[in-house]
Ligand binder design. Structure first.
Ligand code: NAD
Length: 719
């Protein structure tokens, strides 16, 4: 497959146009590396050529990064030995070194994203010219994939801009826009979009030196390197602090990046590049990289390609959305929809309440303007699309209506009937209920086949997931249209069957309850909270219940009981503790000012010291590691039960849903991927041991045990 075109110009300038013909975006594939290496040799040997421009033939893009699909296919084919990872990096390493040391000057012309391997190619050029336009960005995002830049990124960037600034980019993986790239000294020149090749040519014709700073005699890294350079050692302290502040701690990639930079910058570049490849090999052999890449790939597939969308339904777009209830969720939904250009009718019982929902959007938009994320004009246009209302007749022109009124069956039934009478016969109705079965709610709608659960998460603006709940009568057409709406809102849809707790609440429920079970076992509350965070959960279980409120937690379980539904895991333990907190101790959660935590006015919350009087702390405490594994295991077991009971059909929905909806740690790849990462047999054995120690809720189901015996993974290999 063709990856580039080489043109040798009469003026002595060669142009290498990168263009992967079978891809919408240029990515760094092994074929591209091979073709580039051949092109570099050709220009190096061409007598009339005095300089080379590296550019992209795709308008507005340079090279957007690694070939994630290709890497996944490789990783899914079996564990990659570290040595293979090293070998993979070697060809790219030879190419970049040859570019900078072949004696002819290279210039990178960056019109669009130059990320990961694309940016490393540019770093190996003697000059970088960047288009001054928003879509032109540079960066090394590998850390987010559990990897490190193995084409010299960890070695050249610190040598170019100093260790401290380089670590800031390497450890966060953030994208840098043109103005900042110039200021940081990453690029040499900004020019208007479309002018980069011409600017590169001008520089080459002025007969520049073809030597990189680090190949010059007497080169020193800006700010110094090694333990004796005070500035550099401060940088590493800053780097370590940055890691400690991140939600996902103890991940292999950031630590490997720190080590690479620390070791490599004290050595000559060529040796530093070998150090980098050694660490890359180790990361590639670690399942964390595969899990992070798979999640990214699956998530993108859900938004861009609408995986699992029913076939044969023509694509749809919502022009006008009705939102019933302008409370916390309704206001957020209205804001997000208006933000992507949808006209919104925001309806509540009184105009004042509907206006309050619009005011929420206005506040968020003001903040966005203050922070420079949008302009005043754009913000005003978004706000103008939200029309507060009280009269159901205003829903007549809506092609989709979402209900987000109080979580009460009767109230929901009433608004559903009113809306149904006013809506067009082709319009779809979605309920944002978090707990009530969709099939039951659909009875209030005259066309239950056009009714679906559309479960957003709070805060709507920030949470990327939508759980689509298919009721018994929901039609494939309705599901397809709800998926289209999710994609229009730039959210990730997962498809869930109408079972109690749906998917995310059911899995998350086990996390919360496990926290309370630990409290009752005598585990110190601070240890519970820390262990959850160390395992990678964003917030501890006790803090979460406080946020949700203990009242609501109790109400949900009472509703389950009233409906004759038995939660699939021991409910009694934690329900009793929650009831005691509410009924006897009067501690209802954060909103009430007192829960598992104390909330001093103007101060930081802290765990309520009184907890130990009611749940004495045992003399012997378990390890953080064991507690962390309990949190991950109990949720993974529930995720597996959801597969077994066909609450979710596609393992990717379970995995993506658990990461985006409830903050299950991304390094695991999600609840099911965690089981595969541990290994099915080992996971089952560990769970059985936990069942012996902590109770039958850990007992893996016969279905899972049988799967483990067959070693049948949830996913077929990807490729
Ligand atoms: P909320 O109390 O903030 O808002 C509910 C709104 O509905 C209020 O503005 C109320 O005035 C309005 N309302 C009540 N009866 C009405 C009627 N007859 N007609 C029109 N409007 C009426 O509640 P919320 O937190 O936004 O939750 C709304 C729904 O979303 C619930 O079903 C809830 O379970 C679900 N949900 C909530 C969350 C969350 O984190 N809060 C997350 C997902 C789903």
């Amino acid at each position: 497959m063709k990856t580039l075109e080489l043109r040798l110009g009469d003026d002595g300038v060669a142009l290498i146009h990168i263009d992967l013909v079978d891809r919408p975006m240029n990515v760094l594939t092994p074929e591209l590396v091979e073709d580039l290496a051949a092109a570099v040799e050709e220009v190096a040997a061409a007598p009339g050529i005095t300089g080379v421009i590296l550019a992209s033939a795709k308008p507005g893009a340079f090279v957007a990064g690694a070939d994630i699909k290709g890497m996944l296919a490789l990783l899914d084919a079996g564990p990659v030995p570290a040595a293979q990872g090293v070998a993979l990096g070697e060809a790219f390493g030879r190419l970049t070194r040859r570019m900078e040391a072949c004696g002819k000057p290279f210039v990178a012309a960056l019109e669009g994203p130059a990320l990961g391997g694309g940016f490393e190619l540019a770093l190996a050029c003697h000059r970088r010219v960047m288009a001054d336009q928003p879509k032109a960005v540079v960066g090394l995002p590998e850390v987010g994939l559990g990897l490190l830049p193995a084409g010299g990124g960890t070695q050249r960037l610190p040598r170019l801009i100093g260790i401290e600034k380089a670590l800031g980019l390497l450890l966060t993986g953030r994208h840098v826009k043109a103005a900042e790239a110039l200021k940081l000294g990453i690029v040499h020149e900004l020019v208007p979009a479309g002018d980069t090749v011409a600017a590169a040519r001008r520089w080459l014709l002025a007969q520049p030196r073809a030597v990189q700073p680090w190949d010059d005699k007497g080169f020193r890294i800006p700010g110094g390197a090694g333990p004796t350079a005070p500035h550099a050692s401060r940088s590493f302290t800053a780097g370590t602090t940055l890691l400690a502040g991140q939600t996902q701690r103890n991940l292999p990639a950031p630590l490997a990046i720190l080590s690479c930079v620390y070791e490599g910058t004290q050595l000559p570049l060529d040796v530093g590049l070998r150090v980098e490849r050694k660490y890359f090999g180790r990361l590639l052999a670690d399942p964390v990289a595969r899990n992070l890449m798979r999640t990214l790939f699956l998530n993108k597939g859900r938004i861009d390609k609408l995986a699992n969308r029913p076939v044969g339904v023509p694509p749809s777009k919502v022009a006008r959305l009705g939102v019933l209830g302008a409370g916390m969720m309704g206001a957020g939904i209205a804001h997000v929809a208006a933000g992507v250009g949808i006209e919104v009718v925001l309806l509540d019982s009184t105009l004042a309440q509907a206006e309050r929902g619009k005011a929420h959007a206005a506040r968020q938009l003001d903040k966005a303007v203050e922070r420079g994320r949008t302009t005043r004009e754009q913000a005003d246009a978004v706000l103008a699309r939200i029309r507060p209302a009280t009269d159901h007749a205003s829903l007549a022109g809506c092609d989709f209506v979402i209900e987000a009124v109080f979580e009460n069956r009767d109230i929901k039934a009433q608004v559903t009937r009113q809306a149904c009478a006013a809506m067009a016969a082709t319009a779809i109705f979605g309920s944002n209920t978090s707990t009530l079965p969709i099939t039951g709610l659909a009875q209030a709608f005259e066309r239950p086949e056009d009714f679906i659960g559309v479960h957003f998460f709070s805060p709507v603006e920030r949470m990327p997931l939508i759980e689509l709940i298919v009721g018994e009568q929901t039609s494939p057409r309705t599901l397809a249209r709800a998926m289209d709406l999710a994609a229009q809102l730039r959210k990730t849809p997962i498809v869930v069957n109408d079972r109690r707790g749906f998917f995310t609440s059911r899995v998350f429920g086990t996390f919360i309850k496990e926290g309370i079970a630990m409290l009752q076992e005598g585990v110190a509350p601070a240890l519970i909270e820390n262990a959850a965070r160390q395992a990678g959960m964003p917030v501890g279980p006790l803090a979460v219940i406080d946020e949700v409120s203990l009242d609501i937690t109790l109400k949900v379980y009472e509703q389950w009981r009233a409906d004759g539904v038995q939660p699939p895991h021991e409910p009694v333990l934690s329900i009793d503790a929650t009831r005691k907190m509410v009924d006897q101790l009067g501690r209802r959660g954060k909103a009430a000012g007192a829960g598992f935590y104390e909330y001093p006015e103007g101060g930081r919350k802290f765990l309520w010291p009184g907890l130990s009087e009611h749940w004495p702390v045992a003399a012997q405490q378990p390890s953080v590691d064991h507690l962390g594994r309990r949190f991950l295991t109990i949720q993974a077991l529930e995720g597996a039960r959801c597969m077994e009971e066909e609450v979710v059909r596609d393992p990717a929905d379970a995995d993506v849903g658990s990461i985006l909806g409830i903050g299950y740690p991304a390094w695991t790849g999600g609840v099911l991927s965690y089981i595969e990462t541990v290994g099915l047999a080992r996971f089952v054995a560990d769970a059985q041991e936990m069942a012996r120690l902590h109770g039958p809720r850990y007992q893996p189901s016969p279905w899972l045990v049988e799967r483990a015996l067959r070693n049948a993974p949830f996913y077929p290999p990807m490729g």
